[in-house]
Design a protein. Structure first.
Length: 211
């Protein structure tokens, strides 16, 4: 398999004994299977593990946009508890921007690691006042709210948004923060698992996010 195991909450190396996986910081964990190198073959391995979680991406992808990271949190032969996909591309206003979409069960902590959020789950921030944006997931529209990051609400290098979809947390990590303006331009996000042979045209980038 072209995916390597790690801790979903931190970059530490995890160890395995039988069917258990252990992080030196977070104890027993379900491993994050993350692409060692984003390729079509690795993406196929990922999609096989990610079922039945959706993998949201804009489709068709905008010109010159590429997938640069993806992963799934699961114990082998068990249901996943989180998935993520990152893609990046050029824009007129902000240059190169990146968007990471995370779908996870409560308590996993993957999205908090991706975005440097203060808490594992967004909590009362979701639903507090009007949403900052709305994300189109195929035929649905999901409201999302800003989530506080570890270096405060003034961070300009990224914006972390969260909402709820299908009983799971939906997180968006946008870099830089002004990339939130792209949400309307990207159109609806589509579950990659439903695209079939069309995925052959998907482009990949080697510059994996450093988190």
């Amino acid at each position: 398999m072209r995916l390597a195991p790690g801790c979903p909450r931190c970059p530490a190396t995890i160890t395995t004994a039988g069917s258990s996986w252990r992080c030196p910081t977070h104890g027993d964990v379900a491993p994050l299977w993350r692409a060692e190198e984003p390729t079509y073959a690795a993406f196929a391995d990922y999609l096989a593990l990610a079922r039945p979680f959706p993998t949201w991406l804009p489709w068709p992808m905008p010109p010159d946009w590429r997938v640069n990271d993806f992963g799934v949190v699961c114990v082998p032969d068990a249901r996943p508890s989180a998935v993520f996909l990152s893609f990046l591309g050029p824009t007129d206003l902000d240059g190169l921007v990146q968007m990471t979409v995370v779908v996870e069960e409560p308590g996993v902590g993957l999205a908090a690691r991706c975005g440097g959020a203060t808490h594992t789950d967004p909590g009362t921030e979701v639903g507090d006042g009007p949403p900052l944006a709305r994300v189109r997931l195929e035929a649905m529209t999901v409201p999302v709210w800003p989530v506080t990051v570890s270096d405060g609400e003034s961070a300009l290098d990224r914006l972390v948004l969260a909402g709820e979809s299908g009983g799971r947390w939906l997180w968006l990590v946008l870099r830089p923060a002004t990339a939130v303006l792209l949400l309307n331009d990207l159109g609806a996000l589509v579950d990659a698992a439903t695209l079939g042979p069309q995925l052959v045209s998907l482009q990949f980038a080697e510059d994996r996010p450093d988190w």
